[in-house]
Design a protein around this ligand. Structure first.
Ligand code: PMP
Length: 351
């Protein structure tokens, strides 16, 4: 008897191919991770949580929601956490979208978007970025139809780097009908330094109840391996996301580390500041080497290399960077030594 076929939609989803593994973590500039090791206080709390792994985690995520409520001065029912913001996005889309619906997003943007969209059965509507690698929110607003359920706005945009401006986001929200959820993916928000950058959170709190903000502990907080992300939304939206999320997914270990990180935010943000300093240094150096590099408000830079993308990434070995074949290469900001090595490789490629 033949085994049952999986849903047709999976035929269009390529199997996950991990990038070329780096010989050491110091050489890995391909996943936008934080190069700093966990803070001792965070390690301590996570280790304490290990002592009770015979028990299920707190499915209500009480301490985490309380800590987030305190950080943002918001009621806890506005949050919905999951195993990374990508999992929260999957829950959100499965809560709101089905076959016949449309999900609008810019392209190129975060690679999980088409997969998460396809899995719901909804149709992806991709709107090209502008030539300067920024979102075209005018074209995205024009792409909205009565079938559109969700628009995804990634700011700063992975993998290209620029942030949407507040003015542009507000104009967009003013024209998009209220039946459309606007997901503002702020995975890299802590690295933003541009003064006119958009804040999805301020739009949500200013009365745009259809805005959902996605945040993560994976980048600025350095907990990528523990998998914690969350949405901030209207309480009804947050409740729907929570319902669509399997229970017990965020471990006590991860919840404890996330809470401890929020308590050590000042120290973590000092590290973010040095990553931002390195980003500025790397981008300036690349520009003086003659590369075209769009503005980056995140912890990576983008080189729009077109057909040279794969060859460039190979030439960076043993550093691991992230090529997008035929389009460009994304290089995460690492520690200063790794960044220096990368700049040597980029100079050698140009020579
Ligand atoms: N959104 C964007 C734009 C990202 O780049 C990433 C990570 N690469 C995520 C969300 C997911 O982060 P996580 O699932 O680790 O929270």
């Amino acid at each position: 008897m033949p085994i049952p076929p999986a849903r047709k939609v999976l035929d269009g989803i390529p199997p996950y191919k991990p990038g070329r593994p780096a010989d050491s973590d110091d050489l890995k500039l391909s996943s936008n991770e934080n190069p700093y090791p966990p803070l001792p206080g965070v390690m301590k709390r996570a280790t304490e949580a290990l002592e009770r792994i015979n028990r299920y985690p707190d499915a209500g995520m009480t301490d985490l929601y309380d800590a987030l409520g305190k950080k943002f001065d918001l009621p806890t029912e506005r949050f919905a956490a999951g195993t990374g913001s990508v999992a929260v996005l999957f829950s959100l889309l499965s809560a709101y979208c089905e076959a016949g619906d449309e999900i609008v997003y810019a392209w190129r943007s975060f690679e999980a978007y088409p997969i998460a969209a396809d899995m719901t059965g909804a149709t992806s509507v991709r709107v090209p970025l502008r030539p300067d690698a920024t979102h075209d929110l005018i074209a995205m607003a024009e792409a909205v139809t009565e079938r559109t359920k969700v628009v995804l706005v990634c700011t700063p945009n992975n993998p290209t780097g620029p942030a949407v401006t507040q003015e542009v986001l507000e104009s967009f929200l003013d024209v998009v009908p209220d039946h459309v959820l606007v997901v503002v993916d702020e995975a890299y928000v802590e690295f933003v330094r541009s003064e006119d950058a958009a804040s999805g959170l301020s739009c949500l709190l200013d009365g745009h109840d259809n805005v959902v903000v996605l945040r993560t502990f994976s980048k600025a907080y350095g907990l990528a391996g523990l998998r914690v992300g969350y949405a901030i939304a209207d309480p009804d939206v947050a409740a729907s996301i929570r319902k669509a999320t399997p229970p017990f997914t965020v471990t006590d270990l991860a919840q404890a580390a996330a809470v401890a990180s929020l308590e050590s935010e000042d120290e973590l943000m000092e590290r973010v500041e040095s990553i931002v300093g390195e980003r500025t240094r790397v981008r300036r150096a690349l520009i003086s080497q003659g590369w075209e590099v769009p503005d980056s408000q995140a912890n990576f830079v983008w080189l729009p290399l077109g057909d040279d993308a794969t060859a460039f990434a190979e030439a960076c070995a043993p550093l691991s960077v992230r090529p997008f074949a035929g389009d460009g290469v994304r290089v995460s900001i690492g520690d200063p030594a790794a960044n220096d090595r990368f700049l040597k490789a980029s100079a050698a490629f140009r020579a």
